[in-house]
Design a binder for this molecule. Structure first.
Ligand code: TRP
Length: 463
C-alpha cells in the first residue's frame, strides 16, 4: 500500500513538473502529426503500387484497425499511467518486471535506425521544393536524372539531411508544448488543405478514374504472403507503433484526453490522409500512362514528370513537395522525442543538449544510409541489403512487429485488467462509463498478439 502511495505521489509530482501537451486537441494534433509522414505519401503509394493495388489496401486497412489500433491504445495507456519516458514506462508499469524496459531500449535503437533513412528521404523532399521552384521560374524539368544525381550524390543529400535534422532538433529543443504541440497544431490543417488541392487536380485529369479503380478494386490473385507482412509492417510504421513513440506521447497527454476515441480518430484520420495521397498519385499516374510499380522512386521520378505535363503543373509540384515536407516534420519530431525524453529524465540532461546529441547520433547512422544510395557505399551489402534498405527492413519488418507484440503481451497479460479499465475510463464525466472497454481489452489481449505472431512466423517462412 505504501509503495503504491509513494508511486502515486511521484506520478502527481511529475505530472506537475513535467512538460506535456496543454490540451486534448494538442495531443490529437501531435499524435496525428507523428502518424502522418512519409508513410502516407511515399511508402503507402509505392508499396500499394508494387503489391498490386486494392487487395493490398484492404489487408492494410484490416491491419490498421484490428492490430494497430489496439496497440496504439495500449501504448498511450502505458505512457499516461506511468508518465515516464518509454524505457522507464515499460520497465515500471508492472511491479517486479523491470526487464520489460528492453522494449524501450529496442525502441531507442529503432528511432535511430528509422531516422537514418527517414531524414535522407525527408532531405530529398525539402530539396525538391527548391528544385521545383527553380524549374517554375527558369524552365527545365525534374526528371529521372535529377533524382539520380540528388539521391546518388554525396554532399548535396548530406547537406539536406543535416538541415532537416537541425530543424527537427531545434523544434524539439524548445519543448513539448511549445515545440511539438505548437508546430503540429499549425501544420496539420495546412497539410490537409494542400493535399486536397492536389487531389482535385489529379482527379479532374482525363483518364483519372483508372487510378481510383486501381486503389479500391481488390484483386486477390496479386496478394502474396510477403505482402501481408509488408502490410502489417506498414500499419505499424504508419501509426508509429512498437518502439515507444506513442507511449512517450501518451505520457504527455492530459488526464482529460479519452484515450480510445483519440486513438481511433488518429487511426481514421491517418488512413484518410493515406487514401487522399493515393488519390493524388494513382489517378495522375494512370492518366499519363505511367506504371504504378515504380518502387521508392515513384514520388520523385514519376510525380514531377506527371505534374510537368498538366496545366498549372509547376505550381502543383511545389505544393506537393511542401505538403510532403510538412508531413515528414511531425513524424521526425516524434522519433527524436523518444531518446530525448529518456536523456532528460534519466540522464538529467538539459533538453537542448539531449536534442542535439540525439540528432548527432541520427546523423552518424544517417550518413551511412545516405551514402549507400550512391557509389560511395552502394556496394556495401549486409544480408543482401545496402544500409538504407537494411535500416528500413530491421525497423519496419523486425523491431516494430516484435515490439508491438511485446507491448500487447505486457498490457494484455501482465497488467491488471482494472488498471487498464481505470486508465481508459479517464476523461468521462462521473457515472458516464464508456461501453467499449471489454472489446478493446479482448483485442489487446488476444487478437493483436495472435495476428502479429502468425504474421511474423509467416514472414520468416515458418507457417
Ligand atoms: N508514422 C510516420 C510515417 O508514417 C513515421 C514514424 C514516426 C514512425 N514515428 C515513428 C514509424 C515511430 C515507426 C515508429 O511516416
Amino acid at each position: 500500500m505504501r509503495t503504491e502511495r509513494t508511486q502515486q505521489t511521484r506520478g502527481v509530482e511529475q505530472a506537475r513538473t513535467r512538460d506535456g501537451f496543454a490540451s486534448s486537441i494538442g495531443a490529437f494534433a501531435a499524435t496525428l502529426g507523428s502518424a502522418v509522414g512519409l508513410g502516407n505519401i511515399w511508402k503507402f503509394p509505392y508499396l500499394t503500387g508494387s503489391n498490386g493495388g486494392g487487395a493490398f489496401v484492404l489487408v492494410y486497412l484490416g491491419s490498421v484497425f484490428l492490430v494497430g489500433l489496439p496497440i496504439l491504445v495500449a501504448e498511450h495507456l502505458i505512457g499516461r499511467k506511468t508518465r515516464l519516458n518509454a524505457i522507464h514506462a515499460y520497465g515500471s508499469i508492472v511491479p517486479k518486471a523491470k526487464y520489460w524496459s528492453l522494449i524501450g531500449w529496442a525502441g531507442f535503437l529503432s528511432a535511430i535506425f528509422i531516422m537514418a533513412f527517414y531524414t535522407d528521404v525527408s532531405g530529398w523532399v525539402f530539396a525538391y521544393i527548391f528544385k521545383a521552384i527553380a524549374v517554375a521560374f527558369t524552365g527545365g524539368v525534374l526528371n529521372v536524372e535529377t533524382f539520380a544525381s540528388l539521391a546518388g550524390g554525396t554532399w548535396e543529400p548530406l547537406l539536406w539531411q543535416f538541415l532537416v535534422l537541425c530543424l527537427t532538433t531545434t523544434i524539439i529543443a524548445s519543448g513539448v508544448s511549445r515545440g511539438i504541440e505548437r508546430v503540429t497544431k499549425t501544420l496539420m490543417p495546412i497539410l490537409l488543405v494542400l493535399l486536397i488541392l492536389c487531389d482535385i487536380r489529379a482527379l479532374t485529369l482525363p483518364g483519372a478514374f483508372a487510378g481510383v479503380t486501381y486503389l479500391f478494386k481488390p484483386d486477390f490473385s496479386k496478394l502474396t504472403g510477403g505482402a501481408i507482412l509488408t502490410a502489417l509492417g506498414l500499419s505499424f510504421f504508419k501509426l508509429s507503433l512498437g518502439m515507444g513513440t506513442m507511449t512517450t506521447y501518451g505520457s504527455y497527454m492530459p488526464e482529460s484526453t479519452k484515450i480510445v476515441p483519440n486513438a481511433t480518430r488518429v487511426a481514421l484520420a491517418d488512413t484518410v490522409v493515406s487514401l487522399l495521397a493515393g488519390l493524388a498519385i494513382f489517378p495522375a499516374v494512370f492518366a499519363f500512362g505511367e506504371s504504378p510499380a515504380g518502387g521508392p522512386g515513384l514520388l520523385f521520378n514519376i510525380m514531377p514528370l506527371i505534374f510537368s505535363k498538366m496545366p498549372l503543373g509547376s505550381l502543383f509540384t511545389v505544393i506537393f513537395f511542401i505538403l510532403s515536407a510538412i508531413a515528414t516534420m511531425g513524424a521526425m519530431l516524434s522519433l527524436v522525442e523518444v531518446p530525448v525524453s529518456w536523456m532528460v529524465e534519466k540522464g538529467k540532461m538539459k533538453r537542448p543538449v539531449a536534442a542535439y546529441l540525439t540528432g548527432a547520433m541520427m546523423f552518424a547512422l544517417g550518413i551511412l544510409a545516405t551514402l549507400s544510395q550512391g557509389a560511395t557505399l552502394g556496394n556495401v551489402k549486409i544480408i543482401g541489403k545496402n544500409f538504407f534498405d537494411l535500416f528500413d527492413f530491421l525497423s519496419s519488418n523486425v523491431l516494430l512487429p516484435i515490439g508491438g507484440f511485446a507491448i500487447a503481451i505486457l498490457t494484455g497479460w501482465l497488467l491488471k485488467k482494472q488498471a487498464i479499465v481505470n486508465e481508459l475510463e479517464k476523461g468521462y464525466g462521473d457515472g458516464k462509463k464508456p461501453g467499449y472497454i471489454q472489446l478493446v481489452y479482448i483485442f489487446i489481449k488476444y487478437v493483436s498478439p495472435v495476428v502479429i505472431f502468425v504474421i511474423i512466423l509467416n514472414g520468416f517462412g515458418i507457417v
